[in-house]
Design a protein around this ligand. Structure first.
Ligand code: PAF
Length: 288
């Protein structure tokens, strides 16, 4: 596995590979890799001749009071894990090259960035869309793979690729979970033992919602109320949002009539966890 740090080296390697008729699959990450990232790499292996993974903790997607400075890092372990997954190039650019002095261009996915996590993290998706566009241009990928855990991010990036006519396939992959159901996330490492126990409430609440819909409950407010009560029954939890929405527009829906998505963000101490689930009212039971 080759490790590339300079933007120009990455760009010229990408040009070479295309000239040789090879396709490039790309998995952008912020490092501190876990099994969720590794599943994206496995998907990437299938989608291109060359697999490029980037590690870059993007300052533009963190708010002023967020965890940019303490975001966990483990480059050596990440490089070992990537190598084991058959990654060809690990791209690890530096902040100074990606955002030099006088940097001033940002990508705004005008509507989608404002819903769900965008309410409490107003500049987050602008930062994500910007860095992902830059990385796409540098890596010159034919396909890019993202996890469904960051469902809004996936929808934002799909829209961005469509709107900006980017010639790249965007592939979403299922959430990878710990044995107790907690969605894998680099931020789980921040949790105290007590908060880690409470973290199961997100997936439990999502499953409870799914069960209600299966029983025939349609009203979003009723489903959200039950999910909220379940989350509040766990110590240390503070709900940021719970929403049931259209999976493409991210607009909230009042009644679950079609295939929908439910997402939530819950704070446990200093840590903000997110999770989501597909809700399918067509798989119905009996309750009206
Ligand atoms: O999902 C992430 O890890 C980041 O948001 C991404 C896509 C690598 C952009 O910084």
């Amino acid at each position: 596995m080759e490790i590339i740090r300079k933007l120009q080296d990455m760009q010229s390697r990408a040009v070479d590979m295309h000239q040789q008729g090879k396709t490039i699959a790309f998995v952008p990450t912020m490092g501190f890799l876990h099994k969720g990232h590794l599943s994206l790499m496995r998907e990437g292996r299938k989608r291109g001749d060359i697999l490029v993974v980037s590690i870059f903790v993007n300052p533009a997607q963190f708010g002023p009071n967020e965890d940019f400075d303490k975001y966990p890092k483990s480059f050596e372990q990440d490089a070992d894990a990537a190598k084991k997954e058959g990654v060809d190039i690990l791209f690890n650019p530096c902040k100074e090259e990606l955002y030099p002095e006088r940097y001033q261009t940002y990508v705004n996915v005008e509507k989608l960035q404002n819903y769900l996590c965008g309410v409490s993290r107003p500049l987050h998706f602008r930062g994500v869309a910007t860095v992902v566009t830059k990385l796409f241009n540098i890596v010159k990928a034919d396909a890019a793979i993202f996890g469904e855990k960051d469902y809004q991010q996936l929808v934002v990036i799909r829209q961005m690729a469509l709107d900006l006519n980017l010639d790249i396939e965007i592939k979403g992959c299922p959430i990878v979970r710990e044995p107790d159901g907690v969605a894998m996330s680099s931020r789980n490492s921040y949790l105290s033992e007590k908060d880690r126990k409470s973290a199961v409430c997100l997936y439990q609440a999502l499953n409870e919602a799914k069960k209600l819909v299966k029983e025939g409950v349609k009203k979003s407010s009723e489903i959200i109320m039950t999910a909220s009560a379940l989350i509040r029954s766990y110590p240390g939890t503070e709900i940021d949002y719970i929403s049931i929405f259209d999976p493409e527009t991210l607009e909230e829906i009042e009644s679950v009539e079609e295939l929908s998505r439910m997402a939530m963000a819950v704070r446990l101490g200093e840590t903000r966890l997110i999770d989501n689930i597909l809700i399918d009212p067509r798989k119905k039971g009996s309750r009206a």
